[in-house]
Design a protein around this ligand. Structure first.
Ligand code: FES
Length: 109
């Protein structure tokens, strides 16, 4: 696995998020109480950018139809709704993150 530098620790305080590009994928990087996590940024329903969504605790809420994903592991917490019907979503890929000195690195295969 190769680790790619995506941000500086000083850029992302607790509760902050950043959209980064890793291995051709858009990835959401978030600082949750001092720990960094990375999951795919694109909602599997209709492509909402989770970076534009709200972070609540360890969850991020899709800004388009409200599906909720756990940023620590990419798992679906709650499906959003469109026209009163629950949308179809699946778990997101999550990426290993490590901190080396002042750098935040994301692992890609
Ligand atoms: S695009 Fe994310 S819930 Fe519809």
């Amino acid at each position: 696995m190769e680790y790619v530098k995506v941000a500086q620790v000083s850029e992302l305080g607790s509760g902050a998020k950043k959209k980064v590009s890793v291995g051709g994928n858009e990835v959401l990087l978030a600082n949750i109480e001092g720990s960094f996590y990375a999951i795919d940024n694109t909602c599997p329903h209709m492509g909402g950018s989770l970076y534009e969504g709200k972070l609540e605790g360890t969850n991020v809420i899709c800004p388009r139809h409200g599906s909720v994903f756990d940023v620590t592991n990419g798992k679906v917490v709650e499906r959003g709704t469109l026209f009163l019907i629950k949308v179809k979503v699946h778990d997101l890929k999550s990426y290993p993150v490590k901190v080396e000195g002042a750098d935040i690195m994301i692992g890609v295969e």
